[in-house]
Design a protein around this ligand. Sequence first.
Ligand SMILES: Nc1ncnc2c1ncn2[C@@H]1O[C@H](COP(=O)(O)OP(=O)(O)OP(=O)(O)O)[C@@H](O)[C@H]1O
Ligand SMILES: O=C(O)C1=C[C@@H](O)[C@@H](O)[C@H](O)C1
Length: 295
Amino acid sequence: MGTICGQSLQYCTWFVSKVFGRGSHSSFLVNKTNKLSDYSQRKHASKTWEAKCLEVSHSTKSSQAPTVEPRKCDAYFDENWLLKTKGQEVSSHLNGCNICLVGMMGSGKTTVGKFFSEALNYSFVDGDHFVEEFMGGISVAQIFNQYGESFFRDIESEALKELSLMPCKVIATGGGAVVRPVNWEYFKRGISVYLNVPLDALAKRIAAVGTGSRPLLDSTGDAYTMAIVGLSPISKKRSGAYANADITVSLLDVAAKLGDEDVLNIPPAAIATEVLLQIEKFLGGASSTSVDKLS
Ligand SMILES: Nc1ncnc2c1ncn2[C@@H]1O[C@H](COP(=O)(O)OP(=O)(O)OP(=O)(O)O)[C@@H](O)[C@H]1O
Ligand SMILES: O=C(O)C1=C[C@@H](O)[C@@H](O)[C@H](O)C1
C-alpha cells in the first residue's frame, strides 16, 4: 500500500509540475500544451486529481497505511493557489517596498492590482480614488471639468508623493500620472510595473463600461470609436514614459504563453501571477538595493 501512496505522491508532484511548471522562476503560463488559459481546465484538473486521490484512498482502505485525503489534494488546485504561493514568496523579499502599477486607462491596473495586493498581503490603493477623497469626494471627471487637467495633475502628484512614503501598498496610478517626471521619483521609491495592453483591447474594455468617467475620451460617436480615437494619440505620446517602468508585463506575451490569442480572455488572477513572477525575476536580477528602498 505504501507503494501505491508513494506512487500517488509522485503522480501529485508530476501533475503539479506538469501543470504549473518547475522551479521558483518558472511561470504557470508555461506553454501551449499545458495551457491554463481557461480556469475550467484547472477545475477539471482538480476533479481529475480528486478522483485519483479517492481511488488511492479506496485501495488503501483495508491496510494500516494512511489514506490520502481528497480535500487536502484538492487544495493544490485552489483557483488562486499559485497566486497566493507566489505572493507569499515575493512578499518575503519585498521588505515592504510598494508596487506602482502604471498603464493606459483600462489596462487593468485596478482589477489586477487588487488580486496581487491580496496575495502579497499588501493594501491596495487606487490613485484616482485617493485624489477624489482628497478633493472631498468629487469625481475625477468633475475635477477635470471644474478645475482643469493641470490642477488634477498637481493634486495627483501630491497624492503620489504621500503614498510613496507609506509601505506595503499596491498603487494603481492614474493612467496619465507617468507624464510628470516628478512622479517617477515617487514610483521609483517602490517597484514600477507597466501593464501593456493593446489599444483595441483597451477600447473594447472601456466601451463596455462607457467613457463617462474618463474625461480625456469624451468626444462624439459610439463608445468604442470614442475610446479608440481618444486612446491612440495618448498612447503614442506616453509610450516613452511607460517604458521607464522597472517591469513591463505585456498582455500579448501572456496571451502567447497561454496559447490564447485573445488578450480579453486572460483572467485577472493569471495576469496578477505573471506580475508577481516578473517582480520575482526583477528582484533576482537586481541588486539588493532594489528592496531596500524604504529602509
Ligand atoms: N483581465 C481582465 N479581464 C476582464 N476584464 C478586465 C480585466 N482587466 C480589466 N478588466 C475590465 O476592464 C475595465 C478597466 O479595468 P480597470 O479599471 O482595472 O483599469 P485601470 O487601468 O484601473 O483603468 P483607469 O486607469 O482608467 O482607472 C474594467 O471594467 C474591468 O472590469
Ligand atoms: O490617462 C489619463 O490621463 C487619466 C486616467 C485616469 O486614471 C484618470 O487619472 C484621469 O481620467 C486621467
